[in-house]
Design a protein around this ligand. Structure first.
Ligand code: OFO
Length: 161
């Protein structure tokens, strides 16, 4: 495989694990806010991010490439409220979309059609991730960003498996 494509995929494994870590941090924030439904929703999201990382990990090994398991950055969640946390998640998803697009660009340049096919799943997934993170902001803004108003949404979010 093209060296740059492999490097970017390798870096993305780390970024997806960092996403998991970030969502765990947001989940912890909501646990401490006594909003267990939000906490559970973001914990499920953290698990999804680990699956994303493992998809790329498996793909690289399937192509007989190596995978470097680099250090995952620390997460310091400094959110003042639910809306702030939802906005942090939304910002992160836009960043991840940009990173996936960069890998796709490199795969196109390298005429690496197999990796382009592989990345199609992530392109679709990022559209869903951005929609979900935006929906969360819209819901919080509609209900009102205080704990009493968020109680009902907390019940709904707790149902995510
Ligand atoms: Fe892996 O999609 Fe979110 O970050």
């Amino acid at each position: 495989m093209d060296k740059k494509v492999v490097e970017l995929l390798n870096a993305q494994v780390n970024k997806e694990f960092f996403s998991a870590y970030l969502y765990l941090g947001i989940s912890k924030f909501f646990t401490k806010q006594d909003l267990p439904g939000f906490a559970s929703w973001y914990k499920v999201q953290a698990e999804e991010e680990q699956e994303h990382a493992m998809k790329i990990y498996d793909y690289l090994l399937d192509q007989d490439e190596d995978v470097s398991l680099d250090q995952i950055g620390a997460v310091n969640i400094d959110c003042k409220d639910a809306l702030d946390a939802a906005k942090a998640a939304d910002k992160h998803e836009h960043y991840i979309t940009e990173e996936i697009v960069k890998i796709m660009d490199a795969a196109v340049e390298a005429k690496d059609y197999r990796t382009q096919l592989f990345l199609n799943w992530f392109i679709t997934e990022q559209a869903e991730e951005e929609r979900n993170s935006k929906d969360m902001i819209v819901k919080i803004e509609m209900l009102g960003n205080d704990k009493k108003n968020l109680y009902l949404l907390d019940k709904e979010l707790g149902a995510r498996k």
